[in-house]
Design a protein around this ligand. Structure first.
Ligand code: ZN
Ligand code: ZN
Length: 429
Protein backbone atom coordinates (compact mmCIF):
# COMPACT_ATOMS: atom_id res chain seq x y z
CA UNK A 1 0.00 0.00 0.00
CA UNK A 2 1.35 3.44 -0.87
CA UNK A 3 1.74 6.22 1.67
CA UNK A 4 -1.22 8.49 2.31
CA UNK A 5 -0.92 11.86 0.62
CA UNK A 6 -3.07 13.44 3.31
CA UNK A 7 -0.70 12.21 6.03
CA UNK A 8 2.38 13.46 4.17
CA UNK A 9 0.77 16.88 3.71
CA UNK A 10 -0.16 17.20 7.36
CA UNK A 11 1.23 20.50 8.68
CA UNK A 12 1.55 22.17 5.27
CA UNK A 13 -0.43 25.25 6.34
CA UNK A 14 1.94 25.79 9.26
CA UNK A 15 4.95 25.61 6.92
CA UNK A 16 3.63 28.07 4.35
CA UNK A 17 4.51 31.40 6.07
CA UNK A 18 8.14 30.30 6.48
CA UNK A 19 8.26 29.04 2.90
CA UNK A 20 6.95 32.37 1.58
CA UNK A 21 9.75 34.19 3.41
CA UNK A 22 12.29 31.66 2.15
CA UNK A 23 11.10 32.19 -1.42
CA UNK A 24 11.43 35.97 -1.15
CA UNK A 25 14.91 35.63 0.32
CA UNK A 26 16.07 33.25 -2.41
CA UNK A 27 14.48 35.45 -5.06
CA UNK A 28 16.28 38.55 -3.78
CA UNK A 29 19.60 36.71 -3.63
CA UNK A 30 20.02 34.78 -6.88
CA UNK A 31 23.31 33.14 -7.86
CA UNK A 32 24.66 32.15 -11.24
CA UNK A 33 25.24 28.55 -12.32
CA UNK A 34 27.83 26.70 -10.21
CA UNK A 35 28.04 29.72 -7.89
CA UNK A 36 25.03 28.77 -5.73
CA UNK A 37 27.06 28.95 -2.52
CA UNK A 38 24.63 30.95 -0.42
CA UNK A 39 21.64 28.99 -1.69
CA UNK A 40 23.36 25.66 -1.08
CA UNK A 41 24.26 26.80 2.44
CA UNK A 42 20.64 27.63 3.21
CA UNK A 43 19.48 24.32 1.75
CA UNK A 44 22.04 22.30 3.73
CA UNK A 45 21.26 24.11 6.99
CA UNK A 46 17.51 23.63 6.60
CA UNK A 47 17.85 19.96 5.69
CA UNK A 48 20.04 19.36 8.76
CA UNK A 49 17.54 21.14 10.99
CA UNK A 50 14.83 18.91 9.57
CA UNK A 51 16.89 15.81 10.35
CA UNK A 52 18.16 14.80 6.91
CA UNK A 53 21.60 13.33 6.18
CA UNK A 54 23.24 16.07 4.16
CA UNK A 55 26.12 16.00 1.69
CA UNK A 56 27.34 19.29 0.28
CA UNK A 57 29.55 20.09 -2.68
CA UNK A 58 28.18 17.35 -4.92
CA UNK A 59 28.98 18.40 -8.51
CA UNK A 60 30.60 21.59 -7.17
CA UNK A 61 27.67 23.34 -5.42
CA UNK A 62 25.01 20.62 -5.31
CA UNK A 63 23.41 19.41 -2.08
CA UNK A 64 21.93 15.95 -1.49
CA UNK A 65 19.68 15.12 1.45
CA UNK A 66 18.83 11.54 2.34
CA UNK A 67 16.08 10.50 4.76
CA UNK A 68 15.47 6.83 5.44
CA UNK A 69 12.48 5.56 7.36
CA UNK A 70 12.84 1.80 7.40
CA UNK A 71 12.84 -0.53 4.42
CA UNK A 72 11.06 0.54 1.31
CA UNK A 73 11.37 2.14 -2.10
CA UNK A 74 13.87 4.89 -2.83
CA UNK A 75 12.43 8.04 -4.41
CA UNK A 76 14.47 10.88 -5.87
CA UNK A 77 13.05 14.42 -5.76
CA UNK A 78 14.97 17.09 -7.59
CA UNK A 79 15.09 20.90 -7.56
CA UNK A 80 17.57 23.11 -9.39
CA UNK A 81 19.12 26.17 -7.73
CA UNK A 82 20.75 28.49 -10.26
CA UNK A 83 19.69 31.88 -11.59
CA UNK A 84 20.33 33.71 -14.86
CA UNK A 85 22.29 36.73 -16.08
CA UNK A 86 19.12 38.81 -16.47
CA UNK A 87 18.35 42.25 -15.05
CA UNK A 88 15.15 41.94 -13.07
CA UNK A 89 12.38 44.35 -14.08
CA UNK A 90 9.48 42.92 -12.11
CA UNK A 91 9.34 45.83 -9.66
CA UNK A 92 8.58 43.36 -6.86
CA UNK A 93 9.52 44.44 -3.33
CA UNK A 94 11.80 41.38 -3.20
CA UNK A 95 13.25 41.88 -6.71
CA UNK A 96 16.91 41.10 -7.18
CA UNK A 97 19.43 43.91 -7.49
CA UNK A 98 22.31 41.43 -7.39
CA UNK A 99 25.14 41.16 -9.84
CA UNK A 100 27.54 38.33 -10.45
CA UNK A 101 30.59 37.45 -12.51
CA UNK A 102 29.91 35.12 -15.41
CA UNK A 103 32.17 32.40 -16.79
CA UNK A 104 33.81 34.91 -19.14
CA UNK A 105 34.65 37.25 -16.26
CA UNK A 106 31.99 39.87 -17.02
CA UNK A 107 29.94 41.48 -14.28
CA UNK A 108 26.30 40.75 -15.06
CA UNK A 109 22.94 41.32 -13.38
CA UNK A 110 21.50 38.18 -11.82
CA UNK A 111 17.85 37.19 -11.50
CA UNK A 112 15.85 34.08 -10.71
CA UNK A 113 14.21 34.46 -14.12
CA UNK A 114 13.56 30.73 -14.49
CA UNK A 115 11.90 30.20 -11.11
CA UNK A 116 14.48 27.83 -9.64
CA UNK A 117 14.03 29.73 -6.36
CA UNK A 118 10.45 28.39 -6.41
CA UNK A 119 11.76 24.86 -7.00
CA UNK A 120 14.14 25.08 -4.02
CA UNK A 121 11.37 26.50 -1.81
CA UNK A 122 8.91 23.77 -2.76
CA UNK A 123 11.38 20.93 -2.30
CA UNK A 124 12.44 22.30 1.12
CA UNK A 125 8.75 22.42 2.01
CA UNK A 126 8.38 18.80 0.93
CA UNK A 127 11.48 17.71 2.86
CA UNK A 128 10.19 19.48 5.99
CA UNK A 129 6.88 17.60 5.78
CA UNK A 130 8.53 14.26 4.99
CA UNK A 131 10.64 14.68 8.13
CA UNK A 132 7.75 15.93 10.27
CA UNK A 133 5.45 13.14 9.09
CA UNK A 134 7.98 10.31 9.16
CA UNK A 135 5.52 8.08 11.02
CA UNK A 136 3.42 8.07 7.83
CA UNK A 137 5.80 6.50 5.33
CA UNK A 138 8.49 3.88 4.82
CA UNK A 139 11.34 4.02 2.37
CA UNK A 140 14.09 6.47 1.48
CA UNK A 141 13.84 9.88 -0.09
CA UNK A 142 16.84 11.39 -1.86
CA UNK A 143 16.37 15.16 -2.17
CA UNK A 144 18.61 16.53 -4.90
CA UNK A 145 19.35 20.27 -5.00
CA UNK A 146 21.12 20.53 -8.29
CA UNK A 147 23.45 23.30 -9.37
CA UNK A 148 23.68 24.93 -12.78
CA UNK A 149 20.62 23.56 -14.55
CA UNK A 150 20.88 26.40 -17.06
CA UNK A 151 24.21 25.11 -18.32
CA UNK A 152 23.67 21.40 -17.64
CA UNK A 153 24.79 20.83 -14.03
CA UNK A 154 23.19 17.40 -13.59
CA UNK A 155 26.09 15.58 -15.31
CA UNK A 156 28.48 17.27 -12.84
CA UNK A 157 26.62 15.55 -9.97
CA UNK A 158 26.68 12.20 -11.78
CA UNK A 159 30.41 12.64 -12.51
CA UNK A 160 30.96 13.36 -8.82
CA UNK A 161 29.95 9.80 -7.92
CA UNK A 162 26.24 10.45 -7.39
CA UNK A 163 25.28 6.87 -8.32
CA UNK A 164 27.73 5.28 -5.87
CA UNK A 165 27.43 7.77 -3.01
CA UNK A 166 23.66 7.87 -2.55
CA UNK A 167 20.85 5.30 -2.35
CA UNK A 168 19.77 4.29 -5.85
CA UNK A 169 16.31 5.64 -6.55
CA UNK A 170 13.72 3.62 -8.43
CA UNK A 171 11.95 6.71 -9.71
CA UNK A 172 13.02 10.33 -10.30
CA UNK A 173 10.50 13.12 -9.87
CA UNK A 174 10.92 16.78 -10.74
CA UNK A 175 8.91 19.88 -11.53
CA UNK A 176 9.23 23.28 -13.17
CA UNK A 177 7.28 26.45 -12.58
CA UNK A 178 6.07 28.22 -15.70
CA UNK A 179 3.72 30.90 -17.01
CA UNK A 180 0.76 28.52 -16.72
CA UNK A 181 -2.02 29.87 -14.45
CA UNK A 182 -1.11 29.29 -10.79
CA UNK A 183 -2.92 26.28 -9.36
CA UNK A 184 -2.68 24.33 -12.62
CA UNK A 185 -0.32 21.47 -13.37
CA UNK A 186 0.53 19.91 -16.72
CA UNK A 187 2.62 17.05 -18.01
CA UNK A 188 2.64 14.39 -20.71
CA UNK A 189 3.98 10.87 -21.19
CA UNK A 190 6.90 10.42 -23.56
CA UNK A 191 9.07 13.33 -24.72
CA UNK A 192 8.09 16.31 -22.56
CA UNK A 193 10.94 18.70 -23.25
CA UNK A 194 13.18 19.13 -26.27
CA UNK A 195 16.86 18.46 -26.71
CA UNK A 196 18.93 21.63 -26.65
CA UNK A 197 22.26 22.08 -28.38
CA UNK A 198 24.31 25.24 -28.35
CA UNK A 199 26.95 26.17 -30.87
CA UNK A 200 29.54 28.90 -30.60
CA UNK A 201 30.73 30.29 -33.95
CA UNK A 202 33.64 32.59 -34.71
CA UNK A 203 33.63 33.98 -38.24
CA UNK A 204 36.91 35.31 -39.62
CA UNK A 205 37.08 38.33 -41.91
CA UNK A 206 39.83 40.81 -42.63
CA UNK A 207 39.54 44.12 -40.86
CA UNK A 208 40.25 47.56 -42.20
CA UNK A 209 38.94 51.11 -42.58
CA UNK A 210 35.19 51.50 -42.85
CA UNK A 211 35.70 53.74 -45.88
CA UNK A 212 37.47 51.04 -47.93
CA UNK A 213 35.42 47.85 -47.61
CA UNK A 214 36.90 46.59 -50.89
CA UNK A 215 40.18 46.04 -49.05
CA UNK A 216 38.52 43.97 -46.32
CA UNK A 217 36.38 40.89 -45.79
CA UNK A 218 33.57 42.20 -43.61
CA UNK A 219 32.63 39.69 -40.87
CA UNK A 220 29.57 41.78 -39.92
CA UNK A 221 27.99 41.23 -43.32
CA UNK A 222 29.07 37.58 -43.17
CA UNK A 223 27.39 37.20 -39.76
CA UNK A 224 24.23 38.90 -41.02
CA UNK A 225 24.08 36.49 -43.97
CA UNK A 226 24.55 33.52 -41.62
CA UNK A 227 21.76 34.71 -39.33
CA UNK A 228 19.32 35.21 -42.22
CA UNK A 229 20.17 31.93 -43.95
CA UNK A 230 19.81 30.02 -40.66
CA UNK A 231 16.14 31.02 -40.69
CA UNK A 232 15.67 28.60 -43.58
CA UNK A 233 16.78 25.53 -41.60
CA UNK A 234 13.49 25.03 -39.80
CA UNK A 235 11.29 26.31 -42.65
CA UNK A 236 13.02 24.37 -45.48
CA UNK A 237 14.75 21.38 -43.93
CA UNK A 238 12.44 20.25 -41.11
CA UNK A 239 9.13 18.58 -41.91
CA UNK A 240 5.93 20.36 -40.99
CA UNK A 241 5.01 17.63 -38.50
CA UNK A 242 8.40 17.82 -36.75
CA UNK A 243 9.47 20.27 -34.06
CA UNK A 244 12.67 22.30 -34.16
CA UNK A 245 13.86 25.79 -33.27
CA UNK A 246 17.02 27.61 -34.33
CA UNK A 247 17.81 30.82 -32.45
CA UNK A 248 20.84 33.10 -32.74
CA UNK A 249 20.75 34.52 -29.23
CA UNK A 250 24.03 36.41 -29.28
CA UNK A 251 25.98 38.25 -31.96
CA UNK A 252 29.07 40.36 -31.32
CA UNK A 253 31.48 42.10 -33.64
CA UNK A 254 33.39 45.33 -33.84
CA UNK A 255 33.97 48.33 -31.62
CA UNK A 256 33.39 51.42 -33.76
CA UNK A 257 31.30 52.48 -36.75
CA UNK A 258 34.22 53.22 -39.10
CA UNK A 259 36.31 50.11 -38.40
CA UNK A 260 35.59 46.87 -40.17
CA UNK A 261 36.47 44.22 -37.57
CA UNK A 262 38.37 40.95 -38.02
CA UNK A 263 35.90 38.57 -36.45
CA UNK A 264 32.26 38.09 -35.55
CA UNK A 265 31.02 35.78 -32.79
CA UNK A 266 27.63 34.11 -32.80
CA UNK A 267 25.95 31.85 -30.29
CA UNK A 268 23.27 29.64 -31.69
CA UNK A 269 20.77 27.48 -29.85
CA UNK A 270 18.95 24.54 -31.40
CA UNK A 271 15.91 22.70 -30.02
CA UNK A 272 14.65 19.39 -31.37
CA UNK A 273 12.51 16.52 -30.18
CA UNK A 274 13.89 13.49 -32.05
CA UNK A 275 17.46 12.32 -32.69
CA UNK A 276 16.94 12.41 -36.48
CA UNK A 277 15.76 16.04 -36.49
CA UNK A 278 18.48 16.98 -34.02
CA UNK A 279 21.18 15.56 -36.27
CA UNK A 280 19.75 17.11 -39.41
CA UNK A 281 19.39 20.59 -37.89
CA UNK A 282 22.84 20.59 -36.29
CA UNK A 283 24.36 19.47 -39.56
CA UNK A 284 22.46 22.15 -41.52
CA UNK A 285 23.51 24.93 -39.12
CA UNK A 286 27.18 24.01 -39.42
CA UNK A 287 26.93 23.62 -43.20
CA UNK A 288 25.39 27.09 -43.55
CA UNK A 289 28.00 28.71 -41.31
CA UNK A 290 30.84 27.21 -43.37
CA UNK A 291 29.16 27.97 -46.70
CA UNK A 292 28.39 31.61 -45.87
CA UNK A 293 31.99 32.12 -44.75
CA UNK A 294 33.16 30.65 -48.05
CA UNK A 295 30.64 32.78 -49.97
CA UNK A 296 32.08 35.91 -48.32
CA UNK A 297 35.64 34.92 -49.19
CA UNK A 298 36.63 34.45 -45.54
CA UNK A 299 40.41 34.14 -45.17
CA UNK A 300 39.94 31.29 -42.69
CA UNK A 301 37.38 28.55 -41.96
CA UNK A 302 35.00 29.49 -39.13
CA UNK A 303 35.54 27.98 -35.69
CA UNK A 304 32.47 26.01 -34.60
CA UNK A 305 32.28 24.70 -31.03
CA UNK A 306 29.46 22.74 -29.42
CA UNK A 307 28.55 23.47 -25.80
CA UNK A 308 25.67 23.03 -23.30
CA UNK A 309 24.06 19.94 -24.86
CA UNK A 310 20.86 18.71 -23.16
CA UNK A 311 19.11 15.46 -24.12
CA UNK A 312 15.36 15.16 -24.76
CA UNK A 313 13.49 14.85 -21.43
CA UNK A 314 11.37 11.72 -21.64
CA UNK A 315 8.60 10.91 -19.17
CA UNK A 316 8.06 7.22 -18.48
CA UNK A 317 4.54 6.27 -19.64
CA UNK A 318 3.47 4.16 -16.66
CA UNK A 319 5.06 6.38 -14.00
CA UNK A 320 3.57 9.49 -15.62
CA UNK A 321 0.10 7.96 -15.55
CA UNK A 322 0.62 7.24 -11.84
CA UNK A 323 1.76 10.80 -11.13
CA UNK A 324 -1.01 12.37 -13.20
CA UNK A 325 -3.64 10.34 -11.35
CA UNK A 326 -2.10 11.33 -8.01
CA UNK A 327 -2.00 15.02 -8.94
CA UNK A 328 -5.58 14.87 -10.14
CA UNK A 329 -6.65 13.50 -6.74
CA UNK A 330 -4.50 15.95 -4.75
CA UNK A 331 -5.26 19.20 -6.60
CA UNK A 332 -8.46 20.94 -7.53
CA UNK A 333 -10.69 19.22 -10.03
CA UNK A 334 -9.86 20.09 -13.63
CA UNK A 335 -6.47 21.56 -12.72
CA UNK A 336 -4.28 18.79 -14.14
CA UNK A 337 -3.68 18.82 -17.87
CA UNK A 338 -1.97 16.69 -20.45
CA UNK A 339 0.31 18.73 -22.67
CA UNK A 340 -0.60 18.27 -26.33
CA UNK A 341 3.01 18.30 -27.54
CA UNK A 342 6.63 18.35 -26.44
CA UNK A 343 7.70 21.74 -25.12
CA UNK A 344 10.69 23.30 -26.86
CA UNK A 345 12.28 24.24 -23.54
CA UNK A 346 15.02 21.91 -22.28
CA UNK A 347 16.11 20.41 -19.00
CA UNK A 348 18.88 18.24 -17.66
CA UNK A 349 16.58 16.56 -15.11
CA UNK A 350 16.41 13.49 -17.37
CA UNK A 351 20.11 12.89 -16.78
CA UNK A 352 19.31 11.36 -13.34
CA UNK A 353 16.78 8.82 -14.62
CA UNK A 354 19.03 7.95 -17.56
CA UNK A 355 22.07 7.44 -15.31
CA UNK A 356 20.08 5.36 -12.80
CA UNK A 357 18.24 3.56 -15.61
CA UNK A 358 14.90 4.15 -13.89
CA UNK A 359 11.68 5.93 -14.91
CA UNK A 360 11.43 9.66 -14.44
CA UNK A 361 8.50 12.04 -14.45
CA UNK A 362 8.69 15.81 -14.93
CA UNK A 363 5.74 18.15 -14.72
CA UNK A 364 5.02 21.90 -14.84
CA UNK A 365 3.16 23.86 -12.22
CA UNK A 366 1.70 27.26 -12.89
CA UNK A 367 3.07 30.44 -11.39
CA UNK A 368 1.21 33.07 -13.40
CA UNK A 369 -1.37 35.23 -11.70
CA UNK A 370 -4.75 33.70 -12.45
CA UNK A 371 -6.19 37.24 -12.82
CA UNK A 372 -4.18 37.67 -16.04
CA UNK A 373 -6.06 34.70 -17.53
CA UNK A 374 -9.62 35.82 -16.88
CA UNK A 375 -11.00 35.27 -20.34
CA UNK A 376 -8.78 32.38 -21.29
CA UNK A 377 -10.13 28.93 -21.85
CA UNK A 378 -7.67 26.29 -20.54
CA UNK A 379 -8.14 24.10 -23.62
CA UNK A 380 -7.32 27.01 -25.93
CA UNK A 381 -4.31 27.70 -23.73
CA UNK A 382 -3.01 24.17 -24.24
CA UNK A 383 -3.61 24.34 -27.96
CA UNK A 384 -2.28 27.85 -28.66
CA UNK A 385 0.28 28.24 -25.92
CA UNK A 386 0.64 30.96 -23.32
CA UNK A 387 -0.37 34.45 -24.57
CA UNK A 388 2.72 36.51 -25.34
CA UNK A 389 1.76 39.28 -22.91
CA UNK A 390 2.28 36.89 -19.98
CA UNK A 391 6.00 36.92 -19.12
CA UNK A 392 7.56 33.48 -19.41
CA UNK A 393 10.70 31.87 -18.03
CA UNK A 394 13.91 33.86 -18.71
CA UNK A 395 11.94 37.12 -19.10
CA UNK A 396 13.09 40.04 -16.90
CA UNK A 397 9.41 40.29 -15.93
CA UNK A 398 8.96 36.62 -14.93
CA UNK A 399 7.32 36.76 -11.52
CA UNK A 400 5.50 33.68 -10.24
CA UNK A 401 2.88 34.55 -7.63
CA UNK A 402 3.80 33.03 -4.26
CA UNK A 403 0.24 31.86 -3.55
CA UNK A 404 -0.89 29.31 -4.40
CA UNK A 405 2.29 28.38 -6.30
CA UNK A 406 4.34 27.30 -3.26
CA UNK A 407 1.47 25.27 -1.86
CA UNK A 408 0.81 23.56 -5.20
CA UNK A 409 4.51 22.84 -5.70
CA UNK A 410 4.89 21.18 -2.28
CA UNK A 411 1.61 19.30 -2.68
CA UNK A 412 2.58 18.02 -6.13
CA UNK A 413 5.97 16.73 -5.00
CA UNK A 414 4.49 14.88 -2.03
CA UNK A 415 1.46 13.57 -3.91
CA UNK A 416 3.80 12.12 -6.53
CA UNK A 417 6.35 10.77 -4.02
CA UNK A 418 3.59 9.10 -1.98
CA UNK A 419 2.81 6.83 -4.95
CA UNK A 420 6.16 5.06 -4.45
CA UNK A 421 6.66 5.34 -0.68
CA UNK A 422 5.14 2.61 1.47
CA UNK A 423 2.33 3.27 3.93
CA UNK A 424 2.80 2.46 7.59
CA UNK A 425 0.33 0.32 9.50
CA UNK A 426 -0.71 3.19 11.79
CA UNK A 427 -1.67 5.50 8.92
CA UNK A 428 -5.34 5.95 8.17
CA UNK A 429 -5.91 6.21 4.38
ZN1 ZN B 1 15.79 28.24 -17.54
ZN1 ZN C 1 14.56 26.33 -15.43
Amino acid sequence: MTASVTSLLSGLNGELPGLRDLYKDLHANPELSFQEVRTAGIVAARLREQGWDVTEGVGKTGVVGVLTEGDGPVVLLRADMDALPVKEETGLPYASTRTGVDAEGNEVPVMHACGHDMHVTCLLGATALLAANRHAWRGTVVAVFQPAEEIGGAPAMIDDGFLERFPRAEVCLGQHVGPVPAGFVATRPGPVMAASDSVRVRLFGRGGHGSTPEATVDPVVMAAAVVMRLQTVVSREVGAAQQAVVTVGSIHSGTKENIIPDTADLRINIRSTTPAVRERVLEAVKRIVRAEAAASGAPKEPEITDFNAFPVTVNDHEATATVQAALTRALEEGHVFTLPHTLTGSEDFGVFGTALQVPSVFWYFGGADLAAFKDIDPDALLENGIPSEIPGNHSPLFAPVIDPTVEIGVTSLLAAAAQWLTATADTPR
